[in-house]
Design a protein around this ligand. Structure first.
Ligand SMILES: [Zn+2]
Ligand SMILES: [Zn+2]
Length: 620
């Protein structure tokens, strides 16, 4: 809307009863609500519920938190305090570790500041004046930050006695912050520099309404409950320990079985879809990584070793092995497309600070394939891959979203290559009749790609499949095939994964299902429980029968009451419990108990096997 000169926007919203405005855009530039127009301007008010509005609210909450900390901890120093997705943080140095109890105190202090409703005042100073102010406060972090700014003049914001260096904008006064919560504290380094002293990063969140805050806090509770690291331990799936090394996963029997189920599914589906299995070595000469460009562009993420004075790189990707298979002999157009598949183990260097359960590891397995085809075949190949994605997501019960990333400014390959490949990807996306998003200019320099993100049970999105066209590796390795006209031509190369990293996918499965896997994915599908020692022989007989019929089964041998034995099975989230006692022995059957449902009554062993197979859907 057009508003005239000299109008104060805050007063204007009051007069015009514009609700929920917390800042404004004046001729496209964001300003505080307390801004007075210098000239007739186009004004757009920012609603507290909008993305920008929440960002301003959360960033202001960071200031208020800093104010509380300054009041509670004398001599506290501050680095940066930005809004982030769903919240905010501030890096602070109070000379000691901040505890969860401190967080409660800080939060209580923030509430007092909110109740005082201090206005946020914008102050403009020269850079020198601002520097002097923070030097007087002995806040060397702020001094360093201001020194790194090139502007002559800088802005500061003050609420109550607290003053901070900031561009703004902010909420008009502290009373605007109504629904907030401090969440956690972790150590962090100033500017991420590990050689600097460690600071404390305090995380919090703020929302426009109580309902939104409560929903978000419930969501965080749910995330905590589903944490795959916690469930992985409780369900005895895997472990990671310091003795072996951070980022390297040790798979226990049930976790390894879960992998096996997924890998068996992958193998079967790849064969069905015309892929051939190949396998490259873990180590390839560093010279080869130089040709591929990995040495120049990806070296930081690789591990190297030496054999008889020759340098080798441990593969961070499987491409080079597959290229070697392609190059192992002359290829004719008649044998294209070639689809080489490998459950390829890769190693990547991740800093210890970012390692996270199965989600960020240093060794993982990809369901990786490389398709070598002609330009004309590319379209059908991408359609085939997206069909595979759709099938796999359906089997695992995930909704998903797709995005295409197109040619960036800096890129290699001809205009024709890019157009051909981008069209092939778009055609394939259109062919799925599903919506997709286009990220213009977001592709890798060596080709366009499609990313698939699945949605889990609590609405989180996770990257799974990627389909990447590549114009560089076929060039670098001089790949070709003999075409109809007898001349060598360059094939197109597509890198693709369907589930991505198996480790990561298992983390997603655990969190999605809360460890309560459907029958076909359960590492143990049924447990036989004898009511007493007297029925152990019969329990063994049932166990053997089920095992021979490919049911994944175990047997309870602990000397406990029947009630406790059932409870153990529940804690381990085993889908079926088969109880055997006198009555079951007499009828040569089992008493079936289904997780979360309860007693299903007596049936014969074969009846149970049939039932379990039907429920598994014959996926495997
Ligand atoms: Zn600020
Ligand atoms: Zn690849």
């Amino acid at each position: 809307m057009q508003i005239g000169s000299n109008v104060n926007l805050f007063n204007y919203t009051k007069e015009q009863k514009i609700k929920n405005a917390i800042a404004a855009k004046v001729d496209g530039k964001i300003v505080d609500l307390n801004y007075t127009l210098q000239k007739d301007s186009d004004v757009e008010f920012i609603d507290i519920n909008s993305k920008e509005g929440l960002e301003i609210l959360r960033h202001s909450a960071a200031h208020i938190m800093a104010q509380a900390i300054e009041q509670l901890f004398e001599g506290a120093k501050f680095a940066i305090g930005p809004a982030i997705e769903n919240g905010f943080y501030y890096d602070v140095d109070v000379g000691r570790t901040i505890t969860p109890d401190d967080l409660k105190l800080i939060e209580a202090q923030m509430k007092k500041i909110v109740a005082s409703n201090y206005p946020f005042k914008r102050i403009e100073l020269s850079k020198q004046e601002a520097l002097q102010l923070f030097k007087n406060k002995h806040d060397e972090y702020k001094v360093e930050i201001i020194e790194s700014i090139n502007d002559e003049n800088v802005s500061l914001y003050q609420q109550g006695n607290f003053i901070d260096f900031c561009r703004g904008p902010h909420i008009p006064s502290t009373g605007y912050l109504k629904y907030f919560k401090l969440l956690s504290v972790a150590s962090a380094y100033f500017r991420g520099d590990e050689s600097r002293p460690s600071m404390q990063r305090i995380y919090g969140t703020a929302f426009a309404t109580k309902e939104d805050l409560d929903n978000y806090l419930n969501f965080l509770e749910e995330v905590k409950k589903r944490d795959h690291r916690k469930l992985g331990k409780e369900l005895d799936l895997f472990s990671i320990n310091d003795e072996v090394g951070a980022g390297f996963v040790i798979w226990h029997p049930k976790g390894a079985m879960l992998r096996e189920i997924i890998e068996a599914f992958e193998k079967k589906e790849h064969i069905k879809r015309g892929y051939e299995f190949v396998r490259g070595p873990e180590l390839l000469k560093t010279q080869l990584w130089k040709i591929s460009g990995h040495y120049d562009n990806y070296r930081e993420n690789m591990y190297f070793t030496e054999i008889e004075n020759v340098s080798f790189g441990i593969k961070p990707m499987n491409c080079l092995g597959h290229i070697q298979v392609y190059k192992s002999r002359l290829r004719s157009y008649k044998e294209l497309p070639k689809r080489f598949f490998e459950l390829g183990v890769v190693h990547r260097h991740e800093k210890s600070g970012v390692l996270h359960g199965l989600l960020r590891v240093r060794e993982f397995t990809q369901d990786d394939a490389h398709i070598f085809c002609t330009k004309e075949q590319l379209n059908d190949e991408i359609i085939g891959v997206l069909d595979f994605v759709q099938y796999a997501m359906g089997i695992f019960g995930f909704e998903y979203e797709m995005e295409i990333s197109t040619r960036p400014e800096k890129s290699i390959g001809t205009d024709e290559d890019w157009e051909n490949a981008t069209n092939a990807l778009i055609n394939a996306l259109e062919n799925t009749k599903r919506p997709y998003q286009i990220n213009e200019g977001d592709g890798a320099f060596y080709g366009p790609k499609i990313d698939v993100k699945l949605k889990d049970a609590i609405g989180r999105k996770w990257q799974c499949a990627t389909i990447q066209c590549d114009f560089t590796l076929p060039e670098r390795f001089n790949l070709d095939y003999i075409d109809k006209d007898g001349l060598p031509k360059r094939p197109v190369m597509v890198h693709r994964v369907i589930l991505g990293s198996i480790e990561r996918f298992i983390a997603v499965l655990i969190e999605n299902y809360s460890g309560d896997f459907p029958l076909w994915l359960s590492p143990i599908q049924a447990r036989v429980i004898p009511v007493s020692e007297k029925f152990e022989d019969y329990a063994n007989l049932v166990y053997e029968n089920l095992r021979k019929s490919d049911i994944r089964v175990d047997i309870e041998k602990r000397n406990e009451t029947i009630g406790k034995k059932i409870r153990f099975a529940e804690l381990e989230k085993i889908p079926y419990v088969l109880i055997v006692g006198q009555k079951e022995y007499d009828s040569q059957g089992v008493a079936v108990r289904k997780r979360k449902i309860g007693d299903l009554g007596l049936c014969s062993i074969n009846e149970f096997i049939e039932k379990a197979k039907i429920e598994s859907g014959g996926v495997l």
